[in-house]
Design a protein around this ligand. Structure first.
Ligand SMILES: Cc1cc2nc3c(=O)[nH]c(=O)nc-3n(C[C@H](O)[C@H](O)[C@H](O)COP(=O)(O)OP(=O)(O)OC[C@H]3O[C@@H](n4cnc5c(N)ncnc54)[C@H](O)[C@@H]3O)c2cc1C
Ligand code: FES
Length: 361
């Protein structure tokens, strides 16, 4: 009887140990160090189990992120050439099927579980981490502030007009903000931030004060002014005006004779900012035209200078004012719906597809 009991206890213990081993293997995986080769020629050693984003960050390679690694912005994508694993459902929701098939994955979701070879856009390899101090805060509208940031380290930034930086106001919470200052001024940048109700980072940024410090990475983005002779059509919705500052400045001051038109849409005049500056520029620069439109007002608004703010959506303004679309190049920034409608209008006007660039947010 005692023998039978001991045998049962022994068997029970063996089963328990086996179950524990299976659970440990499944949930508490023990990883080795692995090699990750980037763009065929750079190799880093990574302790397994981390995401590609955090592994690369440790080697000072900063992939862009506008969602703090939540898998929603899609900016951190990389191409996995070797060591590809099945996509997660969150990746399938964000990445087009053809990209998934080609081996594209979200760097913030895919973990290093063995040796890997990946490809990232070459320009990410020169992205730097910056620390700056807020030197000035300007209230632009009831919910948009401009932050002027003096660079502390490194002391200068080189960017293309229209590009963005990734700000990390709270550790681990990263968001993208377009550079709203001219690229000739390299020792400081400005950001224009709209406060989103319950928005983690925009609320935090709006609570900052002068002399507070901020960390950011950059510059990033394909949304930048191309150098050629085409007329530049800027289409901005709300805080989407931010990257147009540097684009317009560069066209006027560095591209001699090049024409630029700004189509700027907002709900009401209270949601618009800097329009006085653009009205006065129309008088000073014959190559610059400004077409503002307000979508939630009933009647056309007459500025004291005689300048007119039309009513309606900005795509209607483009439809009625833009001439000869085929010699244009368009840069759009603002809410997704505004951009989609405006792109359609630009296509209808004959602007070639490959000359339409945009940042939606
Ligand atoms: C390339 C790029 C450039 C950008 N440039 C700028 C810029 O120059 N200025 C700027 O203000 N923002 C810009 N953004 C948006 C910015 O990165 C953040 O998404 C935004 O500030 C909201 O962050 P949050 O942490 O405050 O909100 P979160 O905490 O991330 O979001 C809170 C909630 O608000 C919703 N939400 C997010 N954005 C909006 C919105 N616009 N309107 C209504 N609801 C929203 C979210 O879906 C979520 O439910 C840019 C984004 C990209 C991708
Ligand atoms: S999807 Fe936003 S950081 Fe990865």
């Amino acid at each position: 009887m005692t023998y039978l009991f001991s045998l049962m206890v022994m068997n029970g213990l063996i089963v328990l140990i086996l179950v524990l081993l299976i659970l440990i293997k499944r949930y508490i995986a023990v990883y080795d160090d692995y090699s990750v080769t980037i763009n065929g020629d750079m190799e880093i050693t990574v302790h397994g189990g981390q995401t590609i984003v955090s592994s690369l960050t440790q080697s000072k390679i900063f992939l862009p992120s506008a969602c703090g690694g939540k898998g929603t912005c899609g900016l951190c994508q990389v191409k996995v050439v070797e060591g590809l694993t099945d996509p997660l459902s969150i990746e399938e929701a964000v990445l087009p099927y053809k990209d998934i098939i080609e081996g594209k994955r979200l760097g913030c979701q895919t973990k290093v579980r063995g040796d890997m070879k990946i490809e990232v856009p070459e320009e990410y390899l020169s992205v730097k981490e910056y620390r700056g101090s807020i030197s000035n805060i300007v209230t632009l509208t009831h919910d948009i502030n401009r932050f002027d940031i003096d660079l502390i380290e490194p002391k200068e930034i080189d960017f293309k007009s229209g590009q963005y930086v990734v700000v990390e106001p709270i550790p681990g919470e990263t968001r993208a903000y377009s550079i709203a200052s001219i690229r000739r001024r390299r020792e400081k940048i400005s950001l224009e931030v709209k406060k989103i109700p319950n928005g983690i980072c925009s609320t935090y940024l709006h609570a900052l004060k002068e002399k507070d410090e901020l960390n950011f990475y950059g510059p990033y983005g394909d949304f930048y002014l191309r150098k050629n002779d085409h007329k530049v059509v800027c289409v901005a919705g709300g805080v989407g005006l931010a990257p147009m500052k540097s684009i317009i400045d560069e066209v006027i001051n560095e591209h001699q004779g090049r024409r630029v038109e700004l189509y700027y849409g907002a709900r009401t005049i209270d949601d618009m900012y800097d329009y006085e500056k653009y009205i006065s520029m129309t008088g000073k620069h014959e190559n610059f035209k400004f077409y503002p439109a307000l979508s939630e007002v009933e009647e056309v608004l007459h500025h004291p200078t005689g300048f007119v703010f039309d009513t309606g959506f900005i795509n209607n303004e483009i439809a009625s004012k833009l001439k000869n679309g085929d010699d244009c190049e368009a840069y759009l920034c603002g809410p997704p719906v505004m951009i989609d409608f405006s792109i359609q209008t630009l296509r209808d006007k004959g602007v070639p597809e490959e000359r339409i660039f945009y940042d939606k947010f």
